[in-house]
Design a protein. Structure first.
Length: 291
């Protein structure tokens, strides 16, 4: 979209979809959210964030090899949640119970911090693809056995059957089993291809040329810093655009220089790119830059 849609039309699209809907994307949900649970579109966005949290928290707990970094000790990625009612605002815990029974009204405000790290999603995809391949191969084998059995049954019944309708029915069952076997064979081949693709996939960090093109497409330049009052749309577009690559802390510092140097804007830039940073161990450089 950043490549093919001119900036003035992107702004129109944002206004048409609403900022919340335009801002959301599955690959980079990290950020501050304020959603009206009575609004159908915003409620759907909340449900999508819950779905992402379910996957990420499950992976963190079972496969990440790291400890619980959640705010409430429940492995969830929601932080600083508040429920804004008609007469009062109160802190709220977004846990499994709340996700299972989401309030029907009120405005919920929170931070979401994605815990998916470069390479982790690739490993998870490879495991899932491998499981799919195994299941597909087992289904293909079972279907082949069923086809052979049904074919033998057809021959036995066709020889001594007095009613052709019975033989026809069995033959149809055999044909269906053969079709199923062929279908599951195709699924197995497809699943095996996914395994190979996942095994060969690597997290792509933007090269110097790609990063320069990235900045150019977003019209970002340190020579023409975006003032604080105009950062809303550029930050939304940045959140969507960063999903194409992983970045180094040096890249993040370069992007920060393209925005107003006030601490709030700088923090928003870091949050927007946080889930796509490959070398988090260099984050001290960002701390030095902002102090």
């Amino acid at each position: 979209m950043i490549t093919n849609v001119e900036p003035q039309f992107r702004r129109g699209l944002i206004n048409e979809l609403t900022i919340e809907q335009y801002k959301f994307n599955w690959s980079n949900p990290t950020g501050h959210w304020r959603l009206n649970l009575e609004n159908r579109i915003q409620r759907i966005i909340m449900m999508k964030l819950i779905a992402i949290n379910q996957v990420e928290s499950e992976f963190s707990r079972k496969n990440s090899g790291r400890g619980d970094t959640s705010q409430e000790g429940n492995w969830f990625n929601f932080r600083n949640a508040k429920l804004v009612g008609l007469f009062k605002t109160s802190e709220v815990l977004i846990d499994q119970a709340m996700c299972d029974k989401l309030p029907k009204n009120g405005i919920i405000e929170f931070d979401y911090v994605s815990t998916t790290r470069p390479g982790a999603e690739l490993a998870a995809a490879a495991v899932a693809a491998q499981e799919k391949a195994i299941a597909a191969n087992m289904a293909a084998a079972a279907a082949a056995v069923a086809a052979a059995s049904a074919s033998s049954s057809v021959e036995g019944q066709a020889i001594g059957a007095s009613a052709t309708t019975d033989a026809t029915a069995v033959a149809a069952a055999a044909a269906a089993a053969v079709v199923a076997a062929a279908a599951t064979d195709a699924e197995a081949d497809e699943a095996e291809a996914e395994v190979e693709e996942s095994a060969n996939a690597t997290a792509t960090t933007a090269t110097e040329e790609e990063f320069a093109m990235f900045l150019r497409k977003l019209d970002l330049s340190a020579r023409n810093r975006i003032p604080r009052e105009n950062v809303l749309f550029p930050l939304i577009e940045l959140q969507l655009a960063v999903t194409k690559y992983y970045f180094t802390v040096y890249n993040v510092l370069s992007v920060m220089e393209c925005f107003s140097l006030d601490w709030m804007t700088q923090a928003k830039v870091v949050v927007t790119m946080f889930s796509r940073i490959k070398d988090l161990y260099n984050m001290v450089s960002i701390h030095i830059f902002t102090t």
